[in-house]
Ligand binder design. Sequence first.
Ligand code: ADP
Ligand code: G6P
Length: 489
Amino acid sequence: CERQDGRSFRQRLLVVANRLPVSAVRRGEDSWSLEISAGGLVTALLGVKEFETRWIGWAGVNVPDEIGQKALTKALAEKWCIPVFLDEEIVHQYYNGYCNNILWPLFHYLGLPQEDRLATTRSFQSQFAAYKKANQMFADVVNMHYEEGDVVWCHDYHLMYLPECLKNHNNNMKVGWFLHTPFPSSEIHRTLPSRSELLRSVLAADLVGFHTYDYARHFVSACTRILGIEGTPEGVEDQGRLTRVAAFPIGIDSLRFQNALLVPQVQEHIKELKERFSGRKVMLGVDRLDMIKGIPQKILAFEKFLEENPNWRDKVVLLQIAVPTRTDVPEYQKLTSQVHEIVGRINGRFGSLTAVPIHHLDRSLDFHALCALYAVTDVALVTSLRDGMNLVSYEFVACQEAKKGVLILSEFAGAAQSLGAGAILVNPWNITEVAASIAQALNMSAEEREKRHQHNFHHVTKHTAQEWAEMFVSELNDTVVEAQLRTSK
Ligand code: ADP
Ligand code: G6P
């Protein structure tokens, strides 16, 4: 940004997201340790460097006492983070309930949890009330820290009610909202009892962003069909006020991954992994243990591949690293047992006394261990049933300059639009097709792998998280200036 005197300055960005980039663990009455949070939103935003950024969000923990709150606020301030304290009841109703049991499955086309459908319908009103209350609590913290000229960037499905809360308080605030999940077809969004309220609130923002053009189109069409507001080439216009709607595909900080591979500790780890799996091709899955990631489907496809290709049985291993997530939501608890059951069965069926075909870890790996794993992988399997973008696929590509492994990628991940030409695209629901694509990947010629990798590597290294954030913020600044010009005419 430039001042009137021509000197440049870094614009202050208030990033508001339900989850802070660090989660807090209590060590004593007034002592806390902070750990990096998992998830694509955090990964992407940590790659954004060129703004003076303040984070506002929840530290993932209930802190009922004043001493604890004060100490945590202080510890977080060192990381430029400002906490929003949510009590247990709000977390239960807003985060576990409305966000993760209703909006998340719905936006990923999975509908409401089958057995809980009636219970969910009954508790809907109280959960939506908690959702609005939580959003207002985020707004109160933003209002407390806002300085004139700040850009306020709200993130994700947790905070769809936030733009309206902010604008009601201060109509001059520059407010952007970005969705990290798919926005579903308007036919799906129509089933939400709070469909209109959420759309109207999002429209209070100046700029609304999505990962892909399709998600943006679905949003505009939901506004037309549900609110009766017409879309324009720029976005959505209601009674003379324009909300700009556009696609801003996210990226990663690819250099961070490339540089990590040069660290001696990572090289040592790569060497160990190569020795450990020598003589076997390594296939890798890295996901939060979430129903949208298609982990059971992926493992069943691997079983089919082993069934149909006996010559590969002792020459390939699947490493599935699945960090547990949202463990208070029953649907996620069911998924964990389901995955364990399938892995156990397949290992019993195809394993021997000395080796098993699937190594499944229910945990998070540290950054260096993850990079080493990406680097030794021959085939990465990303089989999300739906996924806003999927940054694991980008991270894998960034670590593959030496090996040029193959990416098998769900056509229902946003990343299919950017890495589609380099990956083998699959329908994750079609286990036979995924099994065949595993065989194709393992048998692919070196020339073909090189060509596909170069396509993907070019994209991942060119379209970074930094570029994504700069484009969004610059568009938001321009949108606000244009709106001011329009009203002053
Ligand atoms: P989502 O945002 O739905 O979790 P993404 O693929 O976009 O999906 O982002 C996931 C992020 O979380 C990536 O940065 C990935 O490295 C990280 N991650 C996922 N699973 C693990 C794991 N088991 N260990 C460490 N990091 C993980
Ligand atoms: C996805 C969502 C993020 C969320 C992340 C981890 O990436 O888009 O908003 O932070 O998953 O989920 P959690 O519920 O642990 O924050």
